[in-house]
Ligand binder design. Structure first.
Ligand code: SF4
Length: 359
């Protein structure tokens, strides 16, 4: 038995028909618990945007260049504080080369490079690293430094975002990951990531990047201290920026993972809630074409189901994932697993690059 209002079903029908939802209609979607109706409508939207029947993916890997961070997000079990912590690291060139060799050995040419806010790494360090990587691996796609990291460098150097991004782009940065978005509402950020860039700052980094021709992804981490209205506000802000710049290539959402290692004591919400919010996002974000599944946090079975709850893409093979795995549940799949996931869900798996061009 479901509880849902007329406004819930009206909003579903409107979105499935391709009409834009208002903020109030977004809230109405969160009032009902008819998961099947939400999924069916999100699948209609996915099928309209991606009628070819493919489930795409890319082969890439994560590299976390440092785990040193002085931001202390309460949901994070990955970082180590600045100082002489025995587990603190900055990846050496040899370590990075080895990771890139492993990636190239399986045919991958893209990395997701992210790290903590290290107080001693200056902009030249990033420039030299990027130039070196591009010198050694000229066809590498460098998906690097989420908005909080860009903000951190800008603050450290007392430079505008535009200067930081222009310099990093010239050194080899190709696109910006959407990490650190969590929920783009400052009340929430005060509670879970008080020292991180605020909501407007995150959006401004993305705005500047997009205006410089640097594309990015958009994210949402939910299921912690946010309210329903704040989830919709988050989506609303992403949609507004996408209207303005068109720079987001894809959206990915996942649930807060808690195995007790991070200070934040919120309960991990289940897969049904993941699928519900994924479908609502698909209905609300009418201007972001690609939706990635978060099988890394949800597992392969839910990954399959997510392809019928709005996702057209399975993300990447993720040879390495430290930030999510440090906080709890994580899954690892190889290319064959992704093919199986796609086929089990009734799609043809197709490999793609960052720009969603089939390869
Ligand atoms: S989530 Fe990122 S910014 Fe926050 S503490 Fe962890 S490494 Fe630092």
């Amino acid at each position: 038995m479901t509880t849902a209002t007329t406004a819930f079903y009206e909003a579903i029908e409107k979105a499935a028909a391709g009409e834009r939802l208002s903020y109030e209609e977004g809230l109405a979607l969160l009032e009902g618990d008819d998961l099947v109706a939400l999924g069916a409508a999100a699948d209609d939207v996915r099928a309209r945007l991606h009628p070819e029947g493919y489930a795409t993916y890319c082969v890439d890997r994560n590299i976390n260049y440092t785990n040193v961070c002085d931001v202390y997000c309460t949901f994070c079990a990955f970082y180590r504080p600045p100082g002489d912590h025995p587990e603190a690291y900055i990846r050496t060139r040899d370590e990075i080369r080895q990771k890139l060799d492993e990636l190239y050995a399986v045919g991958g040419k893209q990395i997701l490079l992210q790290g903590g806010h290290h107080p001693d790494l200056r902009i030249e360090w990033y420039e030299e690293l990027f130039s070196w990587m591009k010198g050694e691996f000229p066809d590498l796609h460098l998906h690097a430094l989420s908005p909080p990291e860009i903000h951190h460098i800008a603050r450290l150097e007392d430079m505008p975002y535009e200067v930081v991004l222009t310099r990093l782009h010239a050194a080899g940065l190709d696109s910006v990951p959407g990490g650190g978005g969590e929920i783009l509402v400052d009340r929430v950020r005060e509670k879970i990531s008080r020292l991180k860039v605020d909501a407007e700052g995150w959006l401004e980094v993305m705005r500047v990047a997009h205006n410089l021709g640097i594309r990015s992804s958009a994210t949402m981490m939910f299921g912690h201290v946010e309210t329903d209205a704040e989830r919709i506000e988050h989506l609303h802000r992403l949609r507004a920026l996408q209207d303005e710049t068109g720079g987001f290539t894809a959206y990915i959402c996942w649930t807060f993972q808690n195995d007790g290692a991070a200070p934040l004591k919120a309960q991990t919400v289940g897969s049904a809630e993941y699928l519900r919010m994924l479908a609502i996002s698909r209905l609300y974000l009418d201007n972001i074409v690609n939706f990635q599944s978060s099988w890394v946090t949800q597992g392969m079975k839910v990954g399959e189901i997510s392809l019928h709850y709005g996702c057209n893409d399975m993300g990447s093979t993720m040879l390495e994932e430290n930030v999510v795995s440090a906080a709890g549940t994580t899954y690892a799949l190889n290319e064959d697993d992704l093919h199986r996931m796609a086929r089990n869900a009734g799609f043809t798996p197709r490999r793609r690059n960052f720009f969603y061009e089939l390869i």
